[in-house]
Design a binder for this molecule. Structure first.
Ligand code: NDP
Length: 285
């Protein structure tokens, strides 16, 4: 018997504003093509007051799920049927997954970071310094703590946001947490073996922006990671490499959260190398 043709694609996508500069579609569709999955990823410009309608539309059309980016990561919670544990602790959802008829909120930012980190180092028992206390930093703090880092020193300009993240780590994870107000070049203390920039410093177009860190305090062998995907080789990572640190760029986090999203939506395990190559074509490696 010939197979019945199926012209119905599995639909996934992203809701954000602004959406035009979001490169996620390039790596996700590269994976769908590579693995021969009949799926689409639609990059949608969704204004804040249209989010409810957008989610209802995705429900009505039985989308397999969608990513949420700025400014919807918290607001989307009001439109979902459930939330995964880590997303609840982080307090934000960046990936929604349809399970039967329920839309469930996940957070893949932090886990994507941890999976990328695990390609270069084991996070367990490390003393960590985390620059930033925004959405990316919260996700990274919660998931690196769940992956076993011993302690996290949150370093941030805004004291309120920094203290809030310190308290979140203390109260909701097993890692120890401290906070340092960031008011000058930061000296990385002895014993720190994992340093992460989770601020927006270095993001295109302001690629020469200076991250206030005394890079002479970075010891050889320290793992230094940056969340900035564009350009992947930030000034901070270049300085760290010249100090013989082990470096990890922001493409690793972006690719690995995409891998987790595709796994949730389609059940396949996509090849991260294919997805990274698609992004490197865009940004340059
Ligand atoms: P938020 O706006 O939530 O947080 C921004 C953070 O950066 C705050 O802690 C802010 O400090 C800090 N910051 C901004 N400018 C400076 C500066 N000049 N000096 C010191 N600190 C500064 O943004 P997100 O957390 O959502 O995103 C941060 C970055 O992470 C973005 O560049 C984004 O592209 C990247 N990202 C990368 C991902 C990836 O997959 N690679 C995924 C998600 C995000 P303060 O609180 O003091 O204002």
């Amino acid at each position: 018997m010939p197979e019945t043709p199926n012209f119905l694609s599995l639909i996934t996508g992203s809701f954000a504003s602004p959406a035009a500069e979001n490169p996620t579609v390039v790596m996700i569709e590269a994976a769908y093509r590579h693995h021969g999955v009949n799926a689409r990823y639609v990059n949608c410009e969704v204004a804040p007051d249209a989010l409810g309608d957008a989610v209802r539309g995705a429900r009505a059309m039985r989308w397999a799920g969608f990513n949420c980016s700025i400014p919807h990561k918290v607001a989307v919670l009001a439109h979902l049927d459930g939330i995964a544990e880590s997303a609840e602790i982080i307090g934000a959802v960046n990936c929604v997954v349809r399970r039967d008829d329920a839309l469930i909120g996940e957070n893949t930012d932090g886990l994507g970071f941890v999976h990328a980190l695990q390609t270069v180092a084991d996070p367990r028992e490390r003393e960590m310094v985390l620059f930033g206390a925004g959405g990316a930093a919260r996700a990274i703090a919660v998931e690196t703590a769940r992956a076993g880092v011993a302690s996290i020193n949150v370093v941030n300009r805004d004291v309120g946001r920094g203290e809030e993240l310190r308290a979140l780590i203390e109260e909701r994870t097993s890692a120890a947490a401290t906070f340092t107000a960031w008011d000058g070049p930061y000296q990385v203390p002895d014993g720190v073996t994992l340093v992460v920039n989770a601020t927006s410093v270095g993001l295109f177009p302001d690629i020469k922006a200076y991250l206030a860190v005394d890079t002479s305090s970075l010891r050889p062998g320290t793992v230094v990671a940056d969340v900035i995907p564009n350009p992947p080789r930030t000034a901070f990572l270049r300085d760290a490499a010249s100090r013989r640190c082990v470096t990890l760029d922001g493409l690793g986090m972006l690719v690995n959260q995409g891998v987790i999203g595709i796994r949730h939506w389609t059940g396949i395990d996509p090849d991260p190398a294919v997805m990274r190559a698609a992004l490197e074509d865009l940004f340059g490696s």
